[in-house]
Design a protein around this ligand. Structure first.
Ligand SMILES: C[S@@+](CC[C@H](N)C(=O)[O-])C[C@H]1O[C@@H](n2cnc3c(N)ncnc32)[C@H](O)[C@@H]1O
Length: 469
């Protein structure tokens, strides 16, 4: 039975939180703080419950009408029904809460969250799946013939074999919608098979589109098996209609059980096989396998924030931990004496090296390895003790051994960039043994999602002892 709940906040995974009439905390999908709603409680655990919004009794003043026609089913931009100003408030609060409740250390100053300059069309990369089964809308469920229709779009969480058929997505600028919709139309015209995720067979499997701020467009098609004639016929038809919109077209054959393409050969069908993105005055070569920040415009603002916190004068030695394709390291290189990047993915470091050469940067060195293993006294002896450490780990945060090594290293400043304030706060709690947190700034890279980036500036306390590394 549905129960009347007043939602008062946002919690884990961006769900609204309230209390059931019996006083139990309930996390509600589809609600926003301030809503009074009938909630269907479908799961009760010890101490909390999970529910779904059944009927809105009193809408929250923070509610807005979602602008995407796929909002109800897609699941990609879960916060589209929350005003952007309210999204920013909640993200800012999530960062403050993490420092207060997890790190439990004083923070000199929380700077106001940096809003995204674009709240739509902000992603440079999107990946679509082809599937022979379409995710059904509530009103379509009664018609069994629709399920058998093929679709191109996003995989629906919890339904591995079905794809939400996307006709208009607001995450990526044009020609993204044009290309995906033409890719679908031509496949249907040519009678090609869309991938069957249950049986793991079918011809058309995935489409990845990468757009740059300089107007370049890369399309990567993954085919389930190699049929050179069919591939040529398909891609020629696509290029006949969209040649002017596609800078480069690449494909790969993926007969594996998973969608990962990192281990597959890339075949360039049109153009140079990569695109070049510009961040500030730097250029980055991005191939079909390269990692690159997905919001280019806000990535520049994020890096500017990190650089501002680092206060470089041109002489410093900087360590950039978890450097990826070296973008922060290269961004910092022109402002410091030398920069050393560490990253565990060899392909990313190959890109970092290539981008270093492309930009004529000579004071950046890159190393492949796990930060916790590579950061040793011998490494520091070889490169010198850093004046600034920039660290940008994955969502899991840093390994405790790496954090403890930073304490021994005792660099005067640490700039900690994080896509997960909870793990950042956990690591900062350890670092607080020797460091003060001077400033923290939340940065919104992903509007309409609950994700938030956080940059923290840590300064070595003058009382902290230098250790004999
Ligand atoms: C959040 S990304 C940061 C990338 C880069 N700073 C940027 O802005 O593009 C984290 C990076 O850490 C790398 N990584 C994850 N665990 C690692 C580890 N234990 N040692 C070294 N690199 C790691 C990942 O491959 C990824 O490139």
């Amino acid at each position: 039975m549905a129960e009347a709940v007043t939602l008062y906040g946002l919690a884990d995974k961006g769900r609204a939180v309230g209390r059931t009439p019996e006083g139990m905390v309930v996390f509600v999908e589809g609600a926003v703080p301030g809503d009074v709603a009938d909630v269907w409680v479908f799961k009760k655990r010890s101490g909390f419950a999970e529910g779904r919004l059944e009927r809105l009794r009193v809408p929250s003043p923070q509610r807005v009408t979602p602008f995407c026609r796929h909002f109800a089913v897609c699941g990609g931009c879960k916060w589209q029904h929350l005003a952007y100003s309210a999204q920013l408030e909640h993200k800012q609060q999530a960062v403050v809460d993490a420092f207060e409740r997890i790190a439990k250390v004083p923070v000199g100053e929380f700077l106001p969250i940096l809003p995204a300059p674009q709240t739509t069309h902000y992603r440079n990369k999107l990946e679509f799946g082809f599937a022979n089964r379409r995710w059904l809308l509530p009103e379509e469920i009664a018609d069994p013939t629709i399920e058998a229709q093929p679709a191109v779009g996003f995989h629906r969480a919890g339904a591995f074999d079905k794809v939400v058929d996307i006709h208009e997505c607001w995450l990526q600028a044009e020609p993204s919608n044009l290309i995906r919709n033409e890719a679908r139309r031509i496949a249907l015209e040519q009678g090609l098979s869309f991938y069957d995720l249950r049986r793991q067979q079918g011809f058309l499997r995935n489409l990845m589109l990468r757009l740059t701020t300089t107007g370049e467009v890369l399309a990567l098609f993954s085919f389930g098996y190699n049929d050179p004639k069919a591939i040529q016929r398909y891609l020629d038809a696509l290029l006949e209609r969209l040649d002017e919109h596609l800078t480069t077209v690449v494909y790969c054959i993926n007969p594996k059980a998973n969608d990962i393409v990192l281990d597959l050969e890339m075949i360039t069908y049109k153009g140079k096989g990569f695109v070049v993105e510009q961040l500030g005055d730097l250029h980055f070569k991005i191939g079909p396998k390269s990692f690159f920040q997905t919001n280019s415009v806000q990535a520049k603002n994020l890096y500017d924030t990190a650089l501002d916190f680092a206060s470089l004068t041109g002489r410093e030695t900087v360590f950039d931990l978890y450097t990826g394709t070296g973008s922060i390291a290269l961004y910092a290189a022109r402002h410091c004496g030398q920069v050393i990047g560490i990253e565990e993915v060899p392909e990313a470091i190959a890109d970092a090296e290539e981008n270093r050469r492309l930009n004529g940067i000579e004071n950046a060195l890159f190393y492949v390895g796990d930060v916790k293993d590579l950061l040793t006294p011998a490494f520091v002896e070889q490169h010198g003790r850093p004046d600034v450490v920039i660290t940008d780990p994955p969502r899991a945060g840093m390994h405790e051994r790496a954090v403890r090594f930073l304490l021994e290293l005792a660099a005067p400043r640490i700039v900690y960039v994080s896509c997960n304030p909870a793990t950042q706060a956990r690591d900062v709690q350890l670092l607080a043994e020797k460091y003060d947190v001077l400033r923290v700034r939340a940065v919104d890279m992903f509007p309409h999602t609950h994700h938030v980036e956080s940059v923290a500036l840590l300064q070595l306390r003058s009382s902290a002892k230098m250790t004999g590394l």
